[in-house]
Design a protein around this ligand. Structure first.
Ligand code: CP
Ligand code: NVA
Length: 306
């Protein structure tokens, strides 16, 4: 494992290994046991999109591991003025021990990983958000005591979260049901890859347009914004077709009575989820946000430690 670009690229064992290490690092962190696994190392953090959780959790995580996180806004580096990914990779690999990148085109991250001879971590593209799903699986494990055999229902836009959730569930042995409107289905290639991953794993995949079918008997109910970063001009048009996909009390009641509610955040109450669900007793959104820190420390330690 040189990079973390997509959970599809990892074996089930590699995914489970990251989750186990994340849990161990969390436990040590809570007990005050230092783990300076990346002392003297530097992580470059390229952002061409906004972030609260990702930026803060990577910076804090790198610091806790004894390393140095270097924030590189695309407004400030030459990549934002047209320097090529190739040249950026070849320069940064001379200074850094790893690169984390959040950007639009997934192909840019793939190219960066191919060109740079240091680890590259995908911190969200238009296509995928693997770090979030590692944190989400860790959170589900903490609340349910297992992963295999659980039913994970994703309701909403067929976006980067839906894609990474399918890949993550396939590797970790969960059943996964994804309900999206016909106009906003998952990427066809990702759905095909996910089907292959499920065939090789222990869970089942259901892709449907019926939110009630997807959420039935779910252990984990997940949604995400209907308007991802970069889609702001589509907002009015998208909101019109997503009404039936709102996770409200009525829909949530179709899941198992002890289901947990998850959201990667940022959330838009009154759109993809109602207040009574996201702020209700079954919501674990802030555990997910915390686990970004621990799961990403596991990723960085695995990819960057000597
Ligand atoms: N969930 C997530 O990635 O949040 P940020 O956009 O705040 O980083
Ligand atoms: N789908 C959202 C996830 C944000 C963490 C987006 O890409 O904006």
């Amino acid at each position: 494992m040189k990079d973390l670009i997509s959970l599809h690229d990892l074996t089930a064992e590699e995914v489970m290994g990251l989750l186990e290490l994340g849990l161990k690092l969390k436990d040590e962190n809570k007990k005050g046991i230092p783990h300076k696994l990346l002392a003297g190392k530097t992580l470059g953090m390229i952002f061409t999109k906004s972030s609260t959780r990702t930026r803060v959790s990577f910076e804090v995580g790198m610091t806790q591991l004894g390393g140095y996180p270097l924030f590189l806004s695309s407004n400030d580096i030459q990549l934002g003025r047209g320097e090529t990914i190739h040249d950026t990779a070849k320069v940064l690999e001379r200074y850094l021990d790893g690169i984390m990148i959040r950007t639009y085109a997934h192909s840019d991250v793939v190219e960066l990983a191919e060109e740079a001879n240091i680890p590259v971590i995908n911190a969200l593209t238009d296509l995928l958000h693997p770090c979030q799903v590692l944190a989400d699986l860790m959170t589900a494990y903490e609340h349910k005591g297992r992963l295999e055999g659980l039913k994970f229902a994703y309701i909403g836009d067929g976006n980067n979260m839906a894609h990474s959730i399918m890949y993550g569930c396939a590797k970790a042995g969960l059943d996964c049901a994804v309900a999206t409107p016909a106009q906003y289905q998952c990427d066809a290639e990702v759905a095909e890859n996910a089907k292959e991953d499920f065939k090789a794993g222990k869970g089942q995949l259901l892709i449907t347009q019926d939110p009630a079918e997807a959420i039935k008997d779910a252990d984990i109910v997940y949604t995400d914004t209907w308007v991802s970063m970069g889609q702001e001009s589509e907002k009015a048009q998208k909101i019109k077709v997503f009404g039936d996909y709102q996770v409200n009390k009525e829909l949530f009641a179709k899941a198992k009575s002890d289901a947990i509610f998850m959201h990667c955040l940022p959330a838009y109450r009154g759109f993809e989820v109602t207040e009574d669900v996201i702020d209700g007793p079954q919501s674990v959104i802030f555990d997910e946000a915390e686990n970004r820190l621990h799961a990403q420390k596991a990723v960085m330690a695995t990819l960057m430690a000597d």
